[in-house]
Design a protein around this ligand. Structure first.
Ligand code: MUC
Ligand code: MG
Length: 374
């Protein structure tokens, strides 16, 4: 084996896959998911795969799929071609110095570099990150059909086949009164043993949040995710202090720097970590370290990535000491098809970490071509 093989190509493709049903969030209704997939090949013939995925075009995050492809093609790939592929820290440092922001694009690149390096060394990505603490991660499901009865039916089915025992409800697109009645009806129908969380995706102002979180808390809802605008750090701290029900920061806590600022004022009693927000797996571990050092709970979040991004996230989250709120890495289950030949295993309300080198995935080249945007 050549000691330090150089990177010879960085190929970026945009893929569109349909969702199994409309997925209704406060800012968009998804009928399909668009994934930006990067394939990095080195002169030793080893290929690493990475995914950069957002939700709802540009309604959720600041990067669009088309913009991510352009950023990688135009600005990141030239920094990588001809470089020695094994030192992921040095490569990401170089990218960081030359390309500001664009954490989603960077997450896909770091994933591909780690996948390749894991394959090269014959170890999994979680082993590259120091080793997993949990090989099975709790995984919830998001009920977001937009209809209360349909959501209840969907949840009851998933409970009966032991796929999930925790559900997240996406609210914020209707009047709070209507949204909260929807949540309470689902909580009542599913019973006390089923954990229900709500994600408002920043849709309420602080006063509205104070009024309606009280009702959610009184009705036994387990967790309130990002009720107010992400920039209102102090408001998040006030709500965290005021309520007994845990308040989770999602959009507010993107980078390690955000985590540090929020931890100082206790803006959230739980942090949702996502490799897209942090710009990769190593930074996700930094956010987790800040949370752990501050006695803030951890939750493994998703941007509804397909299997590549979800498995990359799972490898990172598996290394956290205390993933007290589990994960929401169900993205691939929301899609009608997959571009890998060995999809993730979901069993007994948990997902199982792949054990093969790198991410542990085999790409189905035919499906890849089929879903690739022409
Ligand atoms: C979000 O804001 O958490 C996660 C699950 C889901 O349904 O949407 C995402 C985004
Ligand atoms: Mg969220």
């Amino acid at each position: 084996m050549k000691k330090n093989p150089k990177i010879i190509s960085v190929e970026v493709s945009i893929l569109d896959l349909p969702t199994i049903r409309p997925h209704k969030l406060s800012m968009a209704t998804m009928m399909n998911q668009t994934m930006v997939i990067t394939r990095i090949t080195s002169e030793d013939g080893i290929t690493g795969w990475g995914e950069s995925t957002t939700i709802g075009g540009m309604t959720y995050g600041p990067e669009s799929p088309e913009g991510m492809k352009l950023t990688i093609d135009q600005y990141i790939a030239p920094l990588l071609i001809g470089q020695e592929s094994c030192n992921v820290n040095a490569l990401m440092h170089k990218i960081e110095k030359n390309v500001k922001g664009n954490t989603f694009a960077k997450a896909g690149i770091e994933t591909a570099l780690l996948d390749a390096q894991g394959k090269r060394l014959g170890v999994t990505v979680s082993e590259l990150l120091g080793g997993s603490i949990n090989n099975k991660l709790g995984v919830l499901w998001t009920l977001a059909s937009g209809n209360t009865d349909k959501d209840i039916e969907e949840a009851k089915h998933l409970i009966s086949i032991k796929r999930h025992d925790t559900f997240k409800l996406k609210i914020g697109s209707n009047e709070p009164k209507k949204d909260v009645a929807h949540v309470v009806a689902i909580k009542k129908a599913l019973g006390e043993d089923i954990r229900i969380t709500v994600d408002i995706n920043q849709a309420w102002d602080e006063y509205t949040a104070k009024t309606w979180i009280k009702v959610l808390q009184d009705n036994g809802i387990d967790l309130i995710e990002q009720p107010i605008i992400k920039t209102n750090f102090d408001g998040l701290a006030r709500l965290t202090e005021y309520f007994h029900v845990p308040v989770m920061a999602d959009e507010a806590v993107a980078t390690p720097e955000d985590a540090m600022k929020l931890a100082k004022i206790r803006g959230g009693s739980v942090f949702a970590v996502k490799i897209m927000k942090t710009g990769g797996l190593y930074n996700a571990k930094k956010v987790a370290a800040i949370a752990e050092a501050s006695d803030i709970g951890l939750y493994g979040g998703t941007m509804l990535e397909g299997t590549i991004g979800s498995v990359a996230s799972a490898h990172a989250f598996s290394t956290f000491n205390n993933l007290s709120w589990g994960t929401e890495l169900f993205g691939p289950l929301l899609l009608t098809d997959d571009i890998v030949t060995n999809p993730m295993t979901f069993r007994d309300c948990k997902l199982e970490l792949p054990t093969k080198p790198g991410l542990g995935l085999e790409i189905d080249e035919d499906k890849f071509k089929f879903y690739k945007r022409k």
